[in-house]
Ligand binder design. Structure first.
Ligand SMILES: Cc1cc2nc3c(=O)[nH]c(=O)nc-3n(C[C@H](O)[C@H](O)[C@H](O)COP(=O)(O)OP(=O)(O)OC[C@H]3O[C@@H](n4cnc5c(N)ncnc54)[C@H](O)[C@@H]3O)c2cc1C
Length: 362
């Protein structure tokens, strides 16, 4: 058996580590000169979205022998709409670094690999599939999947982000739902450490959003964040991403080709989280190749949560600012705390029901 993994990101590396545990030596191709060769930003894994695995880091460690050290434990998330604010607290999840940061998740995964990554190798599926019996498509890009099978794009997202300098509490994140700043989208701030944070403005590229002045939205967003957090932040570094596809493949496997991470549809549409799902799909593909699991069966719960998340997104998108104010106001700390600590409840289903009265008449 000759196994090629295209892409040394979260899904490709999780797949490679798992294959090595089963005694296989995949060839891993990475187009960049090193793992995580992109700007450093903070990302998060929230417990709420990973039911029934309330602690994703512990779960990966205990179940798959993959060990990650997050940057911080998230204890509090603040929500802001145009005129309201609220928060939830408890053990909400983790933040972690991505990209060039020495402790980024991709670098942590690469350090658990026994074999070598073949760097500066931008390979195509056509060439690879001639030489290998098994190919794992882990390039993080749905366009690569689209060349091989239908990929249902729920929406394309436009990101504008920055690393900002100020005073931050590493255990606290902030989320902004305001159609004036992020139409049908959101802005959020995740701390990198005590002095820097990652601020992201993300919204879907629907036709009605195409004519928006992106610079103006970003300016408004930045000012709003400074006002709400009562600080004059300094921008260290800015970046933009366009056409980031959120969607899902029709099938996870065609012959001996496995679609993992974003190439499978790991991003949960409502808030755009996909790290845990990416690593899980990589692990599941490895288990199938090693003959200890069935990929299509293993990804079924992830498919379900993708669809639940998409329904929730569609409901949220219907809300105007007044309704977003009502939802923000009605976030009841006790109710959410019990949701978060419950390992049995499906967050997406329950929150959809909370939002339903606000979204049904619009
Ligand atoms: C701005 C932003 C913020 C995000 N925030 C969060 C968050 O807070 N929480 C969360 O859970 N998720 C978040 N996500 C989503 C998450 O980052 C992705 O779901 C996850 O990284 C996807 O993993 P992957 O393995 O599919 O791709 P990646 O981790 O991107 O890896 C793909 C790798 O393949 C390589 N590659 C590409 N093409 C080729 C080729 N032809 N040959 C060889 N190598 C190739 C790339 O260089 C890269 O190293 C965010 C995404 C973005 C864009």
């Amino acid at each position: 058996m000759r196994i090629a993994i295209m892409g040394a990101g979260l899904s490709g590396l999780a797949c490679a580590i798992t294959l090595e545990k089963y005694g296989y030596q995949p060839d891993i191709f990475e187009r960049r000169g090193m793992v995580g060769d992109r700007f450093s930003i903070a990302e998060a894994m929230f417990s709420l979205f990973h039911t029934p695995y309330d602690d994703a880091v512990k779960y990966l460690s205990e179940t798959y022998d993959i060990h990650l050290k997050p940057s911080s434990n998230l204890q509090k998330v603040y929500f802001y709409s145009e005129n309201e604010s609220s928060f939830i607290d408890g053990h909400l999840g983790f933040t972690n670094m991505r990209g060039k940061h020495p402790q980024s998740y991709e670098k942590q995964l690469a350090s658990q690999l026994k074999g070598e990554v073949r760097y500066n190798q931008e390979v195509s599926y056509e060439e690879i599939s001639k030489e290998y019996t098994h190919v794992v498509l882990a390039t993080g890009d749905a366009l690569d999947t689209k060349k091989l099978q239908p990929y249902d794009v729920a929406f394309k997202a436009s990101f504008h982000g920055a690393v900002i300098r100020g005073d931050f509490n590493q255990t606290e994140a902030h989320a902004f739902f305001n159609n004036n700043l992020a139409p049908k989208g959101m802005a959020y701030l995740l701390p990198n450490d005590d002095y820097e944070a990652s601020l992201v403005l993300v919204y879907p590229q629907y036709p009605e959003n195409e004519s928006l002045d992106k610079e103006q939205l970003w300016k408004q967003c930045f000012e709003e964040v400074c006002t709400k957090l009562d600080q004059d932040f300094e921008v260290v570094h800015e970046y933009s991403i366009k056409d980031y596809r959120v969607g899902k493949t029709e099938t996870g496997r065609i012959g001996n080709t496995f679609f993992v991470g974003n190439c499978w549809g790991a991003i949960t549409p409502v808030f755009g989280f996909g790290q845990f799902e990416s690593m899980l799909t990589g692990i599941y593909a490895a288990q199938d190749i090693a003959g200890v699991g069935d990929y299509e069966e293993l990804v079924k719960p992830l498919s379900q949560s993708y669809h639940d998340s998409l329904s929730l997104r569609r409901a949220l998108e219907k809300l105007d600012n007044k309704q977003l104010d009502l939802v923000t106001k009605s976030i009841n700390n006790q109710l959410l705390e019990s949701l978060i600590t419950s390992k049995k409840l499906n967050f997406f289903k329950i929150i959809s029901r909370i939002i339903h009265p606000f979204s049904r008449n619009t």
